[in-house]
Design a protein. Structure first.
Length: 544
């Protein structure tokens, strides 16, 4: 089986925060799981390095836009590696390869009759002396009356044109923009109503998209698709590859989502392999992102693929709701955020992966609180999972000299392990990661209960053969837990494998154990609960 996984591209004008990781983490869980099953996986993403926000930050700091893009691309790459993200290709949109790939897609859409030219009105800031990107026009949404930017309303999710906004203001200087005539290229989105309707119907039937993606996409289609401008008068970006229009830039509607295709092609070039198998109709594709990116993945990208005659449309759309922070919306402008570079300096990456999965905003907004995060680590990861592993393996070291006793697996334990692989695997494939992780931790709790009931510290003196059985069965469970948890908690799973001198993870239950263990050490350390207050004070101070 060939599995393509595309993670949304973070914008390289500032550090990542926990909201980014919450929405992107499912992609790595999927990639690791399918690799363990022995499937062919291509997992791609990259940094979005084009656009006005980068230029603005560069101007504020007195450096070049490339310096800003380089800084945050390198920071993102490092953060993802430290969090265990296993991308096959993590690239960037300002690369020559991406530019050429997107320009070819643009030309293919023109040649296939899906892009045309049109005279339009566009917002122009007289003070800044430039046409304004959609996101740099702010005002009031004409649909719901809430504050909005010019491309999409955060409150009602309506896709907008900046011209439609009420009380328009330039985000850069605060002045009211003028309206000027200009010529642009338009994408014939209206021509794709029928295939997009069929795509959503199949997704509903197969329960392959998150509910928010189905509802929002149906709404857009029912309200009537509109042809969208795919070029803009911008100073930075990918030039339109049409003679006489080179000064115009290909707009984000086409440019950013086409990164999945360009990253796939880059992986093929770099690895010397063929990526066409990941774009065939019998491949499986997953697109992982936050709910604000739904229309780009459920409408724009499928339409582009249809327009270039690529039939591999999105099978699964994994679109998380929002992660809030201490019951308030994350705000980068107000510095109300937990920044990934900071949290990685203090806390175990598996602690972050665990909390952001077990508390994932899969169907509704969820909250990150320092109290819940630290108590979750201490009670569930350390007190539950870490304790089971440590007390079992330390017992083997102390009473068996590191040699694992010989025994036979109990039928009920064997059945529960085998069932876990089936139910956890099915949940992961269906995009239900929280449910999958809960299933594994129910096995952790069951085994801890078994250890307590058997009392091996007494059995070792009173009935050694029974003690052998208890420790053997606990060891079997631990070996399987390392495999079941490897997609979620790769660092601690790897540590367990090293203690058992094992190198591979599979997705099949094992009922055999090695002869001995070495280098036993705790998987996790307790976090002092006074860190809760310290982190809250830091958060409040930085946001004032």
């Amino acid at each position: 089986m060939n599995v393509f996984i595309g993670g949304a591209w973070p914008y390289a004008n500032g550090s990542l925060h926990l909201g980014h990781i919450a929405s992107l983490l499912p992609g790595d869980i999927l990639a690791r799981y399918y690799r363990q099953r022995g499937e062919n996986v291509l997992y791609v993403s990259g940094s979005d390095c084009n656009g006005t926000p980068i230029a603005i930050r560069a101007k504020q700091e007195g450096v070049s836009p490339k310096e800003i893009a380089d800084r945050y691309h390198n920071e993102f790459d490092d953060n993802f590696k430290r969090l265990g993200f296993s991308y096959d290709c993590y690239t960037r949109t300002d690369s020559e390869h991406h530019h050429k790939t997107v320009q070819q897609i643009f030309l293919d859409l023109i040649n296939n009759g899906y892009i045309y030219k049109k005279e339009i009105e566009q917002t122009y800031c007289e003070s800044c002396e430039q046409f304004l990107p959609d996101r740099y026009v702010e005002g009031i949404c004409p649909n719901c009356g809430q504050p909005s930017r010019g491309d999409q309303c955060d409150y009602c999710s309506t896709m907008l044109d900046p011209i439609d906004l009420l009380e328009k203001k330039c985000k850069l200087c605060g002045n009211t923009p003028a309206i000027r005539q200009t010529e642009h290229f338009y994408f014939s989105l209206t021509k794709f109503k029928e295939p997009l309707t069929n795509l959503v119907s199949r997704a509903k039937k197969n329960a392959a998209w998150r509910q928010n993606a189905i509802q929002l996409t149906e709404r857009y289609i029912n309200e009537g698709l509109q042809d969208r401008a795919v070029s803009r008068d911008l100073p930075v970006g990918i030039s339109v590859p049409v003679k006489g229009y080179e000064e115009k830039k290909i707009y984000v509607w086409i440019e950013a989502v086409s990164g999945y295709y360009s990253a796939s092609k880059k992986w093929a070039l770099d690895s010397g392999k063929n990526d066409s198998k990941f774009w065939s109709e019998d491949a499986i594709s997953y697109y992982v992102h936050g709910k604000d990116n739904i229309p780009f993945h459920s409408i724009i990208w499928p339409a582009i693929l249809l327009g270039i005659q690529n039939k591999k449309l999105p099978d699964h759309i994994v679109s998380n709701e929002y992660l809030t922070l201490e019951k308030k919306k994350i705000s980068t402008s107000r510095n109300w955020a937990v920044w990934v570079p900071d949290i990685l300096e203090k806390y175990h990456p598996d602690s972050l992966r665990y909390f952001l999965t077990i508390n994932a905003p899969e169907n509704r907004d969820t909250d990150f609180s320092w109290r819940e995060f630290i108590y979750s680590h201490n009670s569930e990861l350390l007190g539950g999972y870490g304790n089971l592993v440590n007390r079992t393996l330390k017992f083997i070291e102390k009473y068996y000299g590191g040699h694992i006793p010989i025994g036979s697996i109990k039928p009920d334990i064997h059945a529960k392990i085998k069932k876990a692989y089936q139910t956890v695997g099915k949940s992961i494939e269906g995009g239900h990661f929280k449910q999958a992780l809960e299933e594994v931790f129910s096995l952790v709790r069951l085994t801890n209960k078994y250890f307590d009931e058997q009392k091996p510290w007494k059995q070792i003196a009173e009935n050694k053969s029974e003690c052998d059985q208890t420790i053997f069965n606990c060891t079997i469970v631990i070996l399987n837990l390392a495999q079941l948890l490897a997609p979620f908690l790769p660092f601690s799973s790897k540590e367990i494998n090293q203690m058992f001198a094992r190198s591979e993870f599979t997705w099949e239950s094992t009922d055999s154990v090695p002869d001995k263990i070495t280098g036993v050490k705790p998987l996790f350390e307790r976090i002092d609960v006074k860190a809760i207050q310290d982190e809250l004070e830091k958060l409040n101070t930085q946001s004032n």
